[in-house]
Design a protein around this ligand. Sequence first.
Ligand code: ADP
Ligand code: MG
Length: 285
Amino acid sequence: MGKLRAGKTTIIALCGKGGVGKTSISATIVKLLAENPESKVLAIDADPAVGLATALGITVRKTVDDIRNDLIRRVEMGQGGGRAEMVSQLDYEMLTALEEYRNLAFIAIGRPEKDGCYCQVNHILKDLIAALAENFDYVVIDGEAGIEQVNRRVMEQVSHLILVSDASAKGLNVVKTIQAVAASAIQFEKAGLILNRLRGEQEREKLSIPTNLNCLGWIPEDDAVRTFDMEGRSLLTLPDCRALRAVKSCMALLGLPKSIILNPSVLPGSSGGPTGPRRFATAPE
Ligand SMILES: Nc1ncnc2c1ncn2[C@@H]1O[C@H](COP(=O)(O)OP(=O)(O)O)[C@@H](O)[C@H]1O
Ligand SMILES: [Mg+2]
């Protein structure tokens, strides 16, 4: 189920303790990838708090969980129909939850599902997410602390699993815990660690990082990221800054395109602004 077509879609999933910077880094990765107008990028917000939507300046109208709950309600009322009917209904509704802006698309998973086994619906939805992902060159999943949630609710197989931590012992412990279960929780080709909000190389050297984990680099504490968050500005419009450059070099270590075409004018929040209905909210620039 949900197998990747070799070499076509690169799926990047980010996990780590709450507050370490997963959403900020996910949004920055999305920005970097989407700056190449040739690349089709899908951003998936797998955090129930839909932080990635805010970080990208997107208004979420419908989540995958809303679609799921609607269908479950119909099934409970005996109006679910057969599997084929469910698949075609969900397939259609999934598209209505997709926000698109040129080469960038966004979908939010929503809250964790309510109790009860609705395995068939869950499986269909996951298959549909995997099928949707195949239409893109890159998929970036802003995950939760639990990598198992990404498996259960979004995708069973990713290309790159990125574990994010800040300099705190708690953050690094969560990384170790995720790493311990990662191999059994999700299929991935490469895993790497990104350290975020560090004050410098000296701080980096003091940290005890799991030696068997590929450290992709560290992102400095950067006022540009902080200010964008405080002012509710879309990170798609983050200007060149130390954090952006650091994320770019981490991506290069994953073998992701180094020659990113810097063309911010095609992104939401630029002077052109979004076009058409159901598009990203204009970034408050
Ligand atoms: N490199 C950074 N420099 C400064 N502030 C940062 C940096 N990375 C994240 N932040 C801030 O830290 C807070 C938590 O980041 P966030 O990306 O929401 O974490 P998570 O998604 O892991 O919960 C936010 O206020 C964000 O603006
Ligand atoms: Mg987050």
